[in-house]
Design a protein around this ligand. Structure first.
Ligand code: PMP
Length: 363
């Protein structure tokens, strides 16, 4: 992508330095309500242990003993036999999908899947068949073909639209067609389902290979997969994003394990309450936002989305415009994420700003 073209099309991306604290973020000395955070549960500060970082990959000297507890707890949390931590969720998708699928296989992938799933599918060498978002008829017709192994991959809660996948129907199709299901539940994990067990628990379903991030609902850092022991073993042996990179520092492994051990139910209940308050308020203003903690405000045009974000910014609400190629061209939006950090007062404040934005941008 040429930078000049990106600037003219309203697609230029710029980094801003900020500091996050609770429900707020301070940018250029200005404190704003943060509606861009994926720290959905808002658990708060957890002590990060001190000490030497391993400075090695896990198959060499980096496999700190703290991994044992974290991976055992994650496997139990997901009701899978085993689990494996990667440095990030991005690498977990890349590493796991490229370990299990290869040339001669078929991967059916939802058109709205995250970039890390898309990139992962591309490096497998398998045939990739994209089906329309959550369109089960199209999935059913695309999966009916000869292939060495068949896979269906989708997100639990879609990161830019905030809707659920049709997991029950996907599992049924997979069962009939002998396909393996892969679910990236980065946005559902810890936030939904009994005890934060994620989208499969919320929808009463199950998957063969579960991929997630520790950097969102849990508010920690890292990525992981959960599956049968032989799949985990395959990833340890074949997953280049696991083998050829340094291990996640043990401080972060312990941080994630501590959060996983903590009682998160109160945070989950606050998150649910906040979703209810914000979605009801936005609906009353004429916005249509869905019912999860990811609430897209669809604007359409990229340049308008940038102006919309700037309008909110100037009034103390931080909600970034999301544009192509993260979402299709002409489908730019403000992606609002709800967290348990927000108080009722914060939500009222945000609704006041969204009311002003509605007046300004629908005129
Ligand atoms: N999958 C999805 C659906 C995501 O939204 C993201 C992060 N935006 C990732 C994977 C990557 O997770 P991480 O930030 O841990 O690399």
């Amino acid at each position: 992508m040429e930078l000049e073209h990106a600037r003219q099309a309203g697609l230029y991306r710029e980094m801003r330095h900020g500091r996050t604290e609770g429900a707020h973020i301070t940018i250029d000395g200005k404190s704003m309500l943060n509606l861009c955070s994926n720290d959905y549960l808002g658990i708060g500060a957890t002590h990060i242990p001190q000490g030497q970082i391993q400075s090695s990959s896990r198959l060499l000297a980096g496999n700190d003993e703290s991994y044992m507890k974290l991976e055992d707890t994650l496997a139990a949390h997901k009701s899978h036999e085993s689990s494996l931590v990667y440095p990030t969720g991005y690498m977990a998708n890349m590493g796991a999908i490229s370990a299990v699928a290869s040339k001669g296989d078929l991967i059916c992938s939802d058109e709205l899947n995250h970039a890390s799933i898309i990139d992962a599918c591309r490096i497998t060498g398998a045939t990739i068949s994209i089906y329309k978002h959550n369109d089960m008829d199209e999935l059913n017709s695309k999966i009916r073909c000869d292939a060495k192994n068949k896979f269906i991959v989708c997100e639990g809660i879609f990161s830019m639209d905030g809707d659920y996948s049709n997991l029950a129907q996907i599992s049924e199709t997979a069962r009939k067609e002998g396909a393996i299901t892969i679910l990236d539940d980065a946005h559902g994990d810890f936030a939904v389902g009994n005890d934060g067990r994620g989208t499969p628990a919320e929808l009463g379903s199950s998957v063969d290979l579960y991929v997630s991030s520790l950097s969102k609902g849990l508010g920690s850092f890292g990525g992981y997969i959960a599956s049968q022991k032989n799949i985990i073993d395959l990833c340890v042996n074949c997953s280049r994003q696991f083998i050829y990179t340094s291990a996640l520092p043990r401080q972060l492994v312990e941080h994630a394990a501590e959060r996983l051990d903590s009682d998160r139910s109160g945070h989950q209940a606050t998150l649910r309450k906040n979703i209810g308050l914000l979605s009801k308020g936005l609906e009353q203003l004429g916005y249509s936002t869905g019912s999860t903690h990811i609430m897209p405000i669809h604007v359409g045009d990229e340049k308008t989305a940038v102006k919309y974000g700037q309008f909110l910014f100037e009034r103390g609400v931080f909600a970034q415009p999301v544009r192509y190629p993260t979402v299709p061209l002409g489908e730019a939006r403000l992606r609002i994420s709800v967290t348990a950090w927000l108080s009722s007062k914060d939500i009222d404040f945000a609704l006041g700003v969204f009311e002003a934005a509605r007046t300004r941008f629908s005129a």
